[in-house]
Design a protein around this ligand. Structure first.
Ligand code: ATP
Ligand code: MG
Ligand code: FE
Length: 350
């Protein structure tokens, strides 16, 4: 069974082909990505209207190049999957609209996929796929969550951020330091040359006893430091970047370890854009190795948004018998959509 997956929830247009079957893990046949980062950089963040328009321009050429790369014909596609949410409504509608139009033209069904389930299952695309059950640390631009995962579609929220996401904390702090958008990778690069102990920054909720996160106070502390430093910021930027990264990483690390302890599980999956952070990976690897816990990551280039994870999530849901592709081409996107609600049936209207 050949699945075409389309991701368009934010500022990345991703298209992929995944070959799925009854047995064994579905396999990635080809994927292609266009990042809008350069386009949004001038505005210091994603401009939703520009994002939607650019998805329209990119999605079909990307689909063509993926088909060419895999040596497959559009007519061979059995199911068209797309990101149904969460994300920017206009951007989601492009992926949903194109998916439904392609599927209708081919006489094939569609499948709407949860973007975060895509991130969560993205390590299954790699050479070292995890086994269920596991604890998942989902750290992206819009979400920071710890989940207990017992199988495809079986997600139990253990804790989450009460304000900013970890990626947002990286991006907002980086912006205060004058780094380009999105600041996460820039801040991480700058941090390599800095002293992580140079500035004392808050670790909110570190000792809260639960698995929730809060990063809004960190951003305020970074703002205070940049103001205090004034013209001296330039010379101390690497130290401030390293200290910021250290604060975020320490909270993510400690809470993940607590979640592992609470769950009694010996497996951790890290997914989402912040999962590409080398310092986070190094600290998680070291701490988990000591505890006999296996850590699984998506491949570096599949940490941020892509079509491969959407096609994969669709294939795995299909294989698990959790979702039937439908010939009802109603592109009902869900800009807000909690992942833990996936287990409960949706109300049916009409
Ligand atoms: P969501 O998935 O919650 O809807 P999103 O799709 O915008 O949000 P992702 O694409 O998963 O998020 O990840 C983007 C985020 O990852 C950005 O905040 C970016 O700064 C961050 N990021 C990417 N690489 C790194 C890195 N090396 N270090 C820290 N942060 C990083
Ligand atoms: Mg992005
Ligand atoms: Fe994402």
């Amino acid at each position: 069974m050949l699945l075409l997956g389309i991701e368009s929830s934010c500022d990345e247009t991703g298209v992929a082909l995944v070959e799925g079957g009854r047995d064994g893990l579905p396999r990635l046949a080809a994927h292609a990505l266009h990042s809008q980062i350069a386009m949004h950089q001038a505005y210091g963040g994603v401009v939703p209207e520009l994002a939607s328009r650019d998805h329209i321009r990119r999605v079909l050429p990307l689909a063509q190049s993926v088909l060419a790369e895999a040596g497959r014909d559009l007519g061979e596609v059995d199911v068209v999957a797309y990101t149904r949410g969460p994300g920017l409504a206009g951007a989601l509608l492009v992926g949903a609209g194109v998916a439904c139009a392609l599927a209708a033209a081919l006489g094939r069904p569609v499948m709407g996929v949860h973007h975060l389930e895509g991130h969560l299952l993205s390590p299954f695309l790699g050479a070292d796929p995890p086994e269920f059950p596991f604890v998942a640390l989902l750290v992206s631009g819009g979400h920071t969550q710890l989940m207990r995962v017992d199988g495809v579609g079986r997600y139990e929220l253990m804790g989450e951020t009460i304000d900013d996401a970890a990626g947002e904390a990286f991006d907002k702090s980086a912006k205060l330091m004058g780094l380009p958008y999105p600041g996460g990778p820039w801040l991480a690069k700058l941090a390599e040359a800095g002293d992580p102990a140079a500035f004392k920054l808050p670790r909110p909720l570190l000792h809260s006893g639960d698995l929730d996160f809060s990063f809004a106070g960190l951003k305020t502390a970074v703002l205070t430091q940049t103001r205090k430093l004034g013209a001296a910021l330039e010379a101390r930027k690497a130290d401030l970047a390293a200290s910021t990264q250290a604060a975020i990483v320490e909270v993510l690390l400690k809470k993940s370890l607590r979640a592992i302890e609470d769950s009694g599980l010996k497996r951790l999956v890290v997914a989402g854009g912040v999962g590409a952070n080398r310092e986070l990976r190094a600290q998680l690897d070291a701490a988990c190795a000591k505890r006999g816990v296996r850590v699984h990551y998506p491949e570096l280039h599949l940490c941020t948004d892509n079509g491969a994870m959407i096609a994969m999530a669709a294939a795995m849901r299909l294989q698990a018998g959790l979702q039937q592709p439908t010939g009802r081409y109603a592109f009902d996107v869900k800009p807000r959509w909690p992942l833990a609600s996936l287990g409960t049936p949706e109300p049916q209207f009409g």
